[in-house]
Design a protein around this ligand. Structure first.
Ligand code: PGA
Length: 250
């Protein structure tokens, strides 16, 4: 059985006290349907949020990025080993904002994924096409390339530590959501790529999240799609009730 997962990507939002309150509000809502919850706050709040949530089951924390280098003279960078050392279990890699705003290539992303897995972090690997690519009907080419190049050199045994997140760039933070039909088509396609580069049983066990303006109103129909195993939530993860409604949409 594939895991059902809802992850919140807080991006660069919230001051310390706001983050503490937000997590307390999330904890106060009832979400005991077995869904795995992952909160990805800014790095500097990871330890605090770990502390606030460590007694909870099915509740994990994740970083939003990590360095492609293991350690050394890389001013301002945070390594996968450091993230793991504070009790963090997950890291988001390949988010479209990192790809576009910070010029992260598939090669760099592959390097980060390898390092993160080596340091025993679980990876939420993001990929997805731009609007221009969808309008040219090349979304599958983009997605296949991103998956193949991002997951190059991954040993089959490591896939249990990888979650995929299909995030069409045109839907992120725009209020435009993929229709359930579009999401299902791309998730099924993503799974077929995993089947080719790993094998069919690994593909069937790999959770694939949808991200891109997923909210309290549309989560249910997206999560009903057979190949959508949950969501990576940006904007709506900053509102505790919306985020918990999304978790309870399964
Ligand atoms: P959004 O962001 O839900 O605000 O569209 C999703 C993401 O960037 O992961």
């Amino acid at each position: 059985m594939r895991k059902k997962i809802v992850a919140g990507n807080w991006k660069m939002n919230g001051l310390k006290t706001e983050s503490e309150s937000l997590i307390n509000e999330i904890i106060s809502h009832k979400t005991d349907n077995g869904v795995i919850k992952i909160i990805c706050p800014p790095y500097i709040y990871l330890e605090q949020i770990k502390h606030q949530t460590k007694h909870l089951t099915n509740f994990f924390i994740g970083a939003q990025n990590c360095s492609h280098q293991a350690k050394g003279a890389f001013t301002g960078e945070i390594s996968a080993a450091m993230i793991h050392s504070i009790g963090c279990e997950y890291v988001i890699i390949g988010h479209s904002e990192r790809r576009t705003l910070f010029n992260e290539s598939n090669q760099l992303i592959a390097q980060k994924i390898n390092l993160a897995l080596t340091e025993n972090l679980n990876v939420i690997f993001c990929y997805g096409e731009t609007l221009a690519e969808r309008e040219k009907n090349t979304e599958k080419i983009t997605v296949e390339t991103q998956i193949r190049e991002g997951l190059q050199n991954i040993e089959p045994a490591k896939y249990k530590n990888i979650i995929l997140a299909y995030e069409p760039v045109w839907a992120i933070g725009t209020g435009l959501t993929a229709t359930p039909h579009q999401a299902q088509e791309m998730h099924q396609f993503s799974r077929s790529i995993i089947s080719k580069i790993a094998d069919e049983s690994i593909a069937q066990e790999t959770s694939i999240l949808y991200g891109g303006s997923c909210n309290a109103a549309n989560a249910k129909e997206l999560f009903m799609c057979p190949d959508v195993d949950g969501g990576l939530i940006g904007g709506a993860s900053l509102k505790s009730l919306d985020f918990c409604t999304i978790i309870n949409s399964f």
